[in-house]
Ligand binder design. Structure first.
Ligand code: 6PG
Length: 471
């Protein structure tokens, strides 16, 4: 333990918090740590022997152990704990101290806290961080929001500890207020979408092709060397080779098919609905997590509700090709939807987001990192105001080329009664987005018929209402 004051303080010494402390000390920052649960402090002391780390026994001691003006990172569970810690800190902090919430806070809570702290002379930033425990330890993607001038005070620290891609740090100031937490929320929405798409591919390969876990491991590993190269495809390959310690069977086969969630995917869908931005892949992913939880109901329904018999096609080489294309197509659609939401939110909430910078800091460290993000970055850097990723020249060519795969794979799934809602939502999004005409005129006519809600016309300006014929 050292007696000099520390550069940075971190409250919340869970797995992520402790990993971040170690990451910070790797870059020669001295760190003071505090957790209400003394056991976490003890763990950190053990993990950080010989490092410039001071674990405090009380919040007062923690605050006094920091160099003024203080820089404090909060990594506590999102929700009321964040407010409790902030309220305890306000009376003991002084002018110009900086408090950063690095948890998965809802962006509206970050807005409230920003306003609350604006009344004091303490600075506040909402910062998204992605990459799980490994990322926190060796380099996460960091999404900071808040006053730019305040960010500049900590920019060098964040750059030092973040992941790097081609030498570029995966952190950039994103915008004021809750911009950082908003971007992190959308990151998680995309994460939900990609995970669901991968799970649907697994379902098809397991049931239609009858692939073993070894074969699945090989397929996903190979995919990770091509178009689909990404963190989620890579870890999926690894998951299939994991043996269970208790039974020596494949662990994946022993995991209950009931997916949990902390809610960030649902928050993304909710806000997209509020902003009237279509993100059907994320919505489908959230719904499928909810459907998966109805395990007992599903088991009963399986006995009653019959579908087509599955035609197993073990030798089907074509299946792997169309599925790879279909997944690629759908991954593009998922990113397109996430970025379309960011674009709208940026205007609505006045974040003034730079979508190219966001794609750039998502290329490394975070859960949704993939080689595709390089193209996303370049698309938005060529055209800052691109209305939709699908309209970029390179991306549009890629998606058009891979649509054959997604159409075939969905046909196969439908024929065999295998649910692929995220793949289907991707294709429906693409087909709807590229339709200059949609049957929404009929919806308008129905609304006007039963509720006199009025409609616009194709041949003249204005708002119209008709006394519709009743039969
Ligand atoms: C990340 C992840 C992380 C998220 C978990 C669990 O970027 O490191 O998004 O922030 O909390 O993956 O999320 P769910 O419990 O909602 O699946």
């Amino acid at each position: 333990m050292q007696t000099q004051r520390c550069d940075i303080g971190l409250i919340g010494l869970g797995t992520m918090g402790r990993s971040l402390v170690l990451n910070l000390t790797d870059h020669n920052y001295s760190v003071a740590g505090f957790d209400r649960d003394a056991a976490q402090g003890i763990l950190l002391r053990k993990e950080a022997t010989d490092r410039n780390v001071m674990v405090s026994a009380s919040l007062g001691e923690f605050v006094n152990s920091l160099k003024p003006p203080r820089v404090i990172i909060l990594l506590v569970p999102a929700g009321k704990t964040v407010d409790e810690v902030i309220n305890e800190l306000i009376p003991v902090l002084t002018e110009n101290d900086l408090l950063m919430d690095w948890g998965n806070s809802h962006f509206t809570d970050t807005n409230i806290r920003t306003n609350q702290l604006a009344k004091s002379a303490i600075h506040f930033m909402g910062v998204g961080i992605s990459g799980g425990e490994y990322g926190a330890r060796y380099g996460p993607s960091i999404m900071p929001g808040g006053p730019k001038i305040v960010y500049e005070r900590v920019a060098s620290v964040l750059e030092a500890i973040s992941a790097k891609v081609k030498g570029e740090p995966c952190v950039k100031w994103l915008g004021s207020g809750s911009a950082g937490h908003y971007v992190k929320m959308v990151h998680n929405g995309i994460e939900y979408g990609l995970m669901q798409l991968i799970s649907e591919s697994y379902h098809l390969l397991k049931v239609i092709a009858g692939f073993s876990n070894e074969e699945l491991q090989r397929v996903f590993s190979k995919w990770n060397t091509g178009l689909l190269e990404s963190f989620l495809i890579k870890i999926t390959a690894d998951l299939f080779s994991q043996k269970d310690e208790l039974t020596d069977r494949s662990l994946i086969d022993l995991i209950l098919d009931r997916a949990q969630q902390k809610g960030t995917g649902g928050w993304t869908s909710e806000d997209a609905i509020n902003l009237q931005v279509p993100i059907p892949v994320v919505d489908a992913a959230v719904s499928m997590r909810n459907l998966s939880v109805l395990k007992e109901e599903r088991e009963l329904a399986q006995m009653k509700l019959k579908g087509p018999a599955v035609k197993i096609r073990p030798e089907d080489k074509e299946l792997l090709i169309i599925l790879e294309q279909g997944l690629y197509f759908s991954m593009i659609c998922t990113y397109a939807q996430g970025f379309a939401l960011l674009r709208s939110a940026s205007k609505k909430y006045k974040y003034d987001l730079n979508l190219s910078s966001i794609a750039s800091i998502w290329r490394g460290g975070c859960i949704i990192r993939s080689s595709l993000l390089e193209e996303v970055r370049s698309a938005f850097s060529l055209q800052r105001d691109l209305p939709n990723l699908l309209m970029d020249q390179v991306v549009s060519e890629r998606i058009m080329r891979s649509q054959k795969g997604v159409r075939s794979v969905i046909g196969l799934a439908v024929e065999n009664g295998i649910p692929v809602p995220a793949l289907m939502s991707s294709l429906a999004y693409y087909d709807s987005y590229r339709s200059g005409w949609l049957p929404a005129n009929l919806i308008q006519a129905q609304r006007d018929n039963f509720g006199a809600h009025t409609y616009e016309r194709t041949d003249r300006k204005g708002v119209f209402h008709t006394q519709w014929n009743q039969s």
